[in-house]
Design a protein around this ligand. Structure first.
Ligand code: ATP
Length: 202
């Protein structure tokens, strides 16, 4: 899947709607220190479902909302929209009915995050799975933030293995296995309860 456009509104330093057009080939972002280059990469990770505030260099997720400046008041919400070229129809089946996928995440103060894909409300998990299955995703090794290389070198084998699994595109399967295990556990608990009731009735 090819990302074609990223639109940021009220996200960190990008208070006014700002489009980043991503053409075929290499896209470079240059600018002075503090102009918002890393914020762009964080917006990309965030719209794909990142839910760790620390990965956004913040204490809480609402820290991604424009916090105000001398001449501008703080915003009440932040929104990032990612347009994906799906003309080759590589998206997972549930989203594979159009040539473009527009994924939107919006966070509103005291309300939290909401996601849409092509105008339809979806769950965070749906968006995370969409990208996990496509081997991109918020934790994709293709997104390298500052300091990450040294973290990788110093990482414990287990953490390093997780990175390799993400690259191999199997992290979506692990998530599904985890959910299946939770369901199994709850079914087992229900069965035990049924056994108890049957025993009492006998
Ligand atoms: P460097 O080249 O030094 O790594 P950079 O171009 O990557 O810098 P960023 O780290 O992306 O810059 O941007 C930092 C800027 O974003 C700072 O000026 C900071 O004040 C601003 N910023 C971060 N969060 C918010 C927020 N919630 N509201 C307003 N501005 C914010």
């Amino acid at each position: 899947m090819h990302f074609s456009k990223l639109r940021l509104t009220g996200f960190k330093s990008f208070v006014d709607p700002t489009d980043l057009i991503i053409n075929d080939g290499l896209t470079g972002v240059v600018g002075p220190n503090g102009c918002g280059k890393s914020n762009l990469l964080e917006a990309l990770r965030w719209v794909m479902g990142e839910n760790r505030p620390t990965a956004m260099r913040g204490g809480g997720m609402e820290d991604v909302i424009f916090a105000g400046a001398k001449s501008r008041p703080a915003r009440n919400f932040a929104e990032v929209a990612l347009s994906i070229d799906n003309s080759e129809r590589l998206a997972p089946a549930a989203f594979n009915d159009s040539d473009t996928l527009d994924v939107i995440r919006r966070i509103t103060r005291d309300v939290g995050s909401a996601y849409q894909v092509n105008g339809k409300d979806v769950r965070a998990r749906d968006v995370q799975m969409l990208f996990a299955d496509a081997s991109t995703g918020a934790h994709s090794p293709a997104l390298v933030r500052q300091g990450q290389i040294s973290e990788l070198i110093n990482a414990k084998p287990k953490a390093r293995r997780r990175i390799l699994e993400e690259a191999a595109g199997i992290s979506g399967l692990y998530q599904r296995r985890h959910e299946a295990e939770l369901k199994l556990k709850s079914a087992e608990t229900n069965l035990t309860r049924v056994d108890d009731v049957v025993e009492q009735l006998a």
